[in-house]
Design a protein around this ligand. Structure first.
Ligand code: GDP
Ligand code: IMO
Ligand code: MG
Length: 419
């Protein structure tokens, strides 16, 4: 058996949570492989909305095992808040949620360092979600981090204090006020909550599951253009959001990767700073935001909105080895007369069809215009979609050379068309 991977092809918030939930009945295991509580994955069913930050989006389907993989950075406070909220709505997760021992912990001081670092950057800030993601991954790669497995060892409190003190020294570099104790009590309570869940060696667990013929879906967080290596550095997150991240984040060899589902919106959004060539500052951008309800699921910030960016999408398809595409939010464009796709950019008077290295250079998009579909179609048959929408989809498929297998036309589970 192989493990399928679902990941975002844009700047996050493509609708990963919805589609993982939709696909979960085809899988035995759903496993998050990177990121942390910076993610906000929204699911909609039975007239209820759920937003998940750390917990995989397969959690609502009975009988499915959900794994927080070792590539994830886990904040015990946010984790236990999420568990509590779900248990209030009748979801007991202690049986079907497993946590990788090698996953790193986000400490209260990681969050403070994140905020202090962002403040010190002024106008050049990343626009971080301030969840401590960057500092936690820094400690991981710097070989100072604390892992879930450590919480069961006798010296854990001392290790925690050692690392905290190091962070307090670092905080002296910043002009930033903070209160560690405020977070600490609930952080240690969160550690106790984590202890009530089974922790696993993710790599062995998954290898065994595959050998038993179990079907596994790896759930990405963020999106390709926020990848630490391939995104618009430094305006990125601190993990590998691309397909290779599923190998390291779960302990799976590349030869075990099966389908790679690449998910994108019919337009584009970005939250936080950084280049976004097709961003619309006009009424159209506002209309997309209003109709698409484009506000961050984690921070509530306004998402920047714009047209689909084909060079960026092509790059994402290439870097991930996407085998199937999923297009989201086609309904948001229902009322538009004309719809555009950027096919190239003009940079210093020259036309280019790739993303340049520099993030501070002005790129003027060159657009291809499409007729709007002006139709609130809710059909689940592709052939019955409006001709203009079929034309839009066919154009993207031809350009990317990958089939669009799923089209989403509303936030609810049921508002999904399969081809
Ligand atoms: P994720 O981070 O990739 O899981 O995406 P988010 O949940 O942050 O953002 C996607 C938003 O779009 C959520 O509010 C979803 O409920 C919503 N959504 C998902 N698919 C569709 C769709 O096809 N149409 C509309 N209108 N909303 C959708
Ligand atoms: P999901 O999984 C959209 C953005 C932040 C910021 C940058 C770095 O819901 O798609 P970080 O907190 O990681 O230091 O922030 O990345 N960002 C996201 N944008 N969706 C996300 O997750 C994001 N997670 C981080 O806005 O620009
Ligand atoms: Mg999101």
């Amino acid at each position: 058996m192989k493990i399928d991977v679902l990941l975002g092809l844009q700047w996050g918030d493509e609708g990963k949570g919805k589609i993982v939930d939709v696909l979960t009945p085809n899988y035995n295991i759903i496993a998050r492989f990177q990121g942390g509580p910076n993610a906000g994955h929204t699911l909609f069913f039975n007239e209820h909305k759920y937003t998940l930050h750390l917990i995989p989006s397969g959690i609502f389907r009975p009988g499915t095992i959900n794994i927080i993989g070792n590539g994830v950075v886990l904040d015990p406070v946010i984790f236990s808040e999420e568990i509590k909220k779900l248990s209030e709505t009748g979801h007991d997760l202690t049986k079907n949620l497993l946590i990788a021992r090698k996953a790193h912990l986000i400490l209260p001081t990681h969050r403070i360092l994140d905020a202090a670092s962002e403040k010190s950057k002024g106008d050049s800030k990343i626009g971080s979600t301030l969840k401590g993601i960057g500092p936690a991954y820094m400690d991981k790669t710097g070989r100072n981090g604390l892992r879930v497995g450590d919480i069961f060892t006798p010296g854990f409190k001392e290790k925690y204090t050692f690392l905290k003190n190091k962070h307090l020294k670092m905080l002296e570099l910043y002009d930033f006020e903070y209160d560690v104790e405020k977070y600490e009590k609930e952080w240690f309570e969160g550690i106790e909550t984590i202890k009530t869940f089974e922790s696993i060696d993710c790599e062995h667990y998954i290898a065994k599951a595959l050998s038993e013929g179990k079907k596994i879906l790896a759930e990405g967080a963020q999106g390709t253009m926020l990848d630490i290596d391939y995104g618009s550095y430094p305006f990125v997150t601190s993990s590998n959001t691309v397909c290779a991240g599923a190998c390291t984040g779960l302990g799976v060899s590349p030869k075990h990767i099966g389908e790679v589902y690449g998910i994108f919106k019919a337009y584009a959004t970005r939250v936080g700073s950084g280049p976004f060539p097709t961003e619309l500052f006009d009424e159209t951008g506002k209309q997309i935001r209003d109709i698409g309800n484009e506000y961050g699921s984690t921070t509530g910030r306004e998402r920047r909105c714009g047209w689909l960016d084909l060079p960026a999408l092509k790059y994402a398809v290439f870097i991930n080895g996407v085998t199937q595409l999923i297009m989201m939010k086609s309904d948001v464009l229902n009322s538009f007369e004309k719809i555009k796709i950027a096919v190239a950019y003009e940079k210093n008077g020259k036309v280019i069809d790739y993303i340049p290295f520099e993030t501070d250079v002005e790129l003027t998009p060159i657009y291809k215009e499409f007729e709007g579909w002006k139709n609130n179609s809710t059909t689940t048959k592709f052939e019955e979609l409006p001709a203009e929408l079929i034309n839009y989809i066919t154009y993207i498929e031809k350009e990317l050379q990958i089939p669009i297998k799923i089209i989403s036309y509303g936030p609810d589970r049921t508002q999904t068309l399969f081809r």
